[in-house]
Design a protein around this ligand. Sequence first.
Ligand SMILES: [Zn+2]
Length: 205
Amino acid sequence: MSVRRKVPRLTVVAVGCACAALLGAAPSQADPGTDDTLVGPSATAAEPSGEPFGIGPTATDTFGGYLPEGATLTAFDVENPTVGRLDPPLLAAVQEATRRAASDGIAVEINSGWRSVGFQQRLFDDGVRTYGSVETARQFVASPQTSMHVVGRAVDVGGPDAAAWMARNGPRFGLCQVYANELWHYELTADAAGACPPMKPNATG
Ligand SMILES: [Zn+2]
């Protein structure tokens, strides 16, 4: 993929100069900026790695549900689509659990929630590159076709002791850890008695 350049505007002042430097010096226009700008420009923004993501169906929104490294939300940050587009019963359960955890001195953060198909595809493609094969990647990251994040039915919790608190108390709110190798990933899968189904070993199970 070639580097996308926005040529105009500078042209007038650039006449007669060594323009390559100037043209390369307009990167602020590609800056994804704040969260509320992530959805709009995604179809035209350059892929962060500069490579095409060729595996699976093409999806134009590759940023929906993306959170910058280190950014965290709580279950009450519903203006952010990561939280706001969660399935309402899951959102309500996570909010209830978050309140209860706070009364125990534990801050439950949301590291990931709803994700667009394109963003999940990007994560999966990254996983394939990291782990070297589709088969191995599937153990660590779900495809857009199987990820419950894409349908707003999964959250990844974070914060000191939050996952441990959730492991003990989540089922009371219907929230279960689903994969043995993902201590942070919760879905609303408990039965009416608060019992969770057997954990799967990983995302392939
Ligand atoms: Zn997850």
